[in-house]
Design a protein around this ligand. Sequence first.
Ligand code: ARG
Length: 278
Amino acid sequence: MRFPFRAVIAAAVALLPAAAVPLAGPATPAAANGVIIGGTPTSTDQEPWVVALSSRSRFGAARSGQFCGGVAVGPRTVVTAAHCFGREALGVSDWRQLSDLRVIEGRTDLTGEAGEELRLSDVWVNPGFDASTNAGDVAVITLDQALPSGAAIGMAQPSDTALYQDGTQAEVYGWGDTTGRGDYADSLRAAPVTVFADTTCEKAYPGSSDGTYVRATMMCAGAPAGGHDACQGDSGGPLVVAGRLVGLVSWGSGCAQAAYPGVYTRVSAVAALVAQHM
Ligand code: ARG
């Protein structure tokens, strides 16, 4: 009988209080040269729709307890990744058991106290999320009070096919790992990435323990030579094209490797589902 080694590692990692949601198995040191990876500093003043999910009791107080990203899409609505609400991430089966779970808005630097920490009044985790492929990786958070006005970004819709063309320039945002070695950012970063065609994504991810590319609910983006990507801790955060939310950071094999682009939840494919839960 094969010993489920990966599951043991995952369980062990989940017990570490400061572990930041490793969805995608072993933290392969990426050939990475920068940040979010290959990014530059930005601020929540410029991108007010980028929010952080936090729990100090589970992830430590140093960086305000940040463990995933999220995106404001309505006055009281934040979208994020379904896997951010999984047991492996939260350590409990129901988010309500984590009493200090918060959405933090307006805090570029997580070591500071700017902005607000908002309580969650409801969470809808896509029941169609498939943890083996990672398909349908979306959740909708309802906040118990409104975000500052003007914080929301518009979601790409099924008719917005131009935003998903091969070669389209996009930006990804987050406070995640900047090197692939567990160096989490204190301050918000953005990295430029290129949207790839579904056929390219399918060739990169025909199916492995990390996941399988499913074009109905996914898209992928990266840098042709690697070096720019999202990484652990960025999950649930935004991928933006022309001022529209096109993707949510979901998964990948390692980070910023040329052969393994970042995989995102395809927002145009889940926008209707999200709208039903707003
Ligand atoms: N699953 C990761 C998280 O929970 C995100 C990984 C994204 N990886 C990538 N190479 N783009 O934060």
